[in-house]
Design a protein around this ligand. Sequence first.
Ligand code: BES
Ligand code: ZN
Length: 626
Amino acid sequence: MLRFLLALLLTCAVVACESGPSATDGPAEDAARRDLHSYANSDEIRVTHIELDLEVRFDERRLRGSAMLSFDRLEEGADALILDTRDLTITAVESWSPTGGFDAATFSLAEADPVLGAPLTLVLPPEATRARVTYETSPGASGLQWLTPEQTAGREQPFMFTQSQAIHARSWIPLQDSPAVRVTYGARIRTPEGLRAVMSAANDPEAAADGDYRFDMPQPIPSYLIALAAGDLAFRSLGERTGVYAEPSVVDAAADEFADTESMMAATERLYGPYRWERYDLLVLPPSFPFGGMENPRLTFATPTILAGDRSLVSLVAHELAHSWSGNLVTNATWRDFWLNEGFTVYLERRIVEAVYGPDREAMEAVLGLRALHADLERLDAADQILHVDLARRDPDAGMTQVPYEKGALFLRRLEEAAGRERFDAFLRGYFDHFAFRSITTADFLAYAAEHLLADEALAGAVPVEEWVRAPGLPADAPRPASAAFDVVETAAAAWAGGAVRAADLETAAWTTHEWLHFLAVLPERLERARMVELDAAFGLTGSPNAEIAHQWLLIAIRNAYRPADARLERYLLGIGRRKLILPLYAALAATPDGRERARAIYRRARPGYHPIATGSIDPLLGWDE
Ligand code: BES
Ligand code: ZN
């Protein structure tokens, strides 16, 4: 009994120090700290380092090799290590001890849950400090995409990449797939000769492309940030600590688009303290990348759809860079706390944009963000309008709405308004320092804020913090971003819609991407064919090379059955795999029986080029079961 109590005490002490303070831990808070999306028994045994040895087999669409996991036993006598897996074939499991070396170990793979995958249980002798799992991934692994040469810009070499967030790391590495568990990692990666592998670790752009690469990630990161890509990659330096990798035919355009990265980094450091990851590089992926960006540490993965030629879509770089503080340094401990990652990051993103591009551009982006939030609040159930969302028995990807992003950012903006910028900036800087390299829950943030910001009674009384975090919708004190430039755009749109001005006579010469996006968003829902033709003739919208503007225009075209845009729509859906850009177009098409047929015909051709994460969302929409 005494031993049990001691072990319990020890565990609590370690857990508290590993994953943040637990000021008022009661049963409810314990429950909120539990990660419902991992089988790992990380409060008994905790993996601290992973050593990967993987071969990238394009011919089989598999990774083959091993993962060696080093661990600490938090609970004395714990002899089972439970790992998360999804669709992995396990061929051998060994334990390793400092005295006895490798030894075959007993293991069992349980039945797979559709959301969580299958727990892999390893039985470990008491002296073991590491375990090695030899395995291969499945060709349909949810966290991998394999592209044929034809699906790349260069059309000569294949390409592959990982996408681990939220719970897809387990589809390519057997590990404790919880954001509360942080590991350092090392990797040896073999690819066909001539291809280059890069990871969310120290990368060497000078390394010979001989197909044998070594990586080290010395800072402890959660599993969802482990990342790998391999393809025909070139590198351009952007500044002392920044650079970009992309296919050779894309890399110069990318370097030009991302020229402000070094200034963004400097601006963020001025606000929130030193960048702690040494280098910040970007990797531009082929167009099938399902997200806009992914903040893999030291190496953000980005969609090529932000290469607009005029740097107008680079707030995405500000966003992914900001994650180097909010998310990668201070990490959500469970997916319920996702808003701690994304809400903070959108807030930081806007501050970076304001510092580098000025308050007018920031204001436009905040208004566009608010519109997207309102659209989501209208369609979402009340439960999903809550920052501290309940994701029990659901795929954490279901929580990827504008709520954690834009409502989260508005909450911080509200706190900034109430505290004053100077005080709030100091608070945030202290927060990043205090929780650096730790994973925390919503309760941890609230406890820290109560002590370091809301101890001021006037301030605490001014912001209904509990309502912000636990109630649906937007509290009455929510900030209302506004943009003077957009007021001008609205006047223009109304004048045209009311027939007072012809499209060709509108003063649009100085409009930026943002103003076009706003213009298209405030046009009347229904437009006669002649009016569509007039807009298109005046502004060449069907031919817009800007992926965001084209997206907005194509939505209008679908809604108004504007046939001249049909070919462009088809090319768009065949050429881009970014879920945020294509899903709404399929949804708009699916709103009518004819459109649905067209959507299915296009999807039949486009689907083989889409990522499993994109098809996972579009299949149900189109009733696809082939
Ligand atoms: N971390 C997210 C992407 C993500 C979230 C992937 C959840 C999987 C699960 C990334 O930082 C992000 O938010 N990307 C946005 C762009 C951003 C500018 C809002 C995206 O991809 O659209
Ligand atoms: Zn993000």
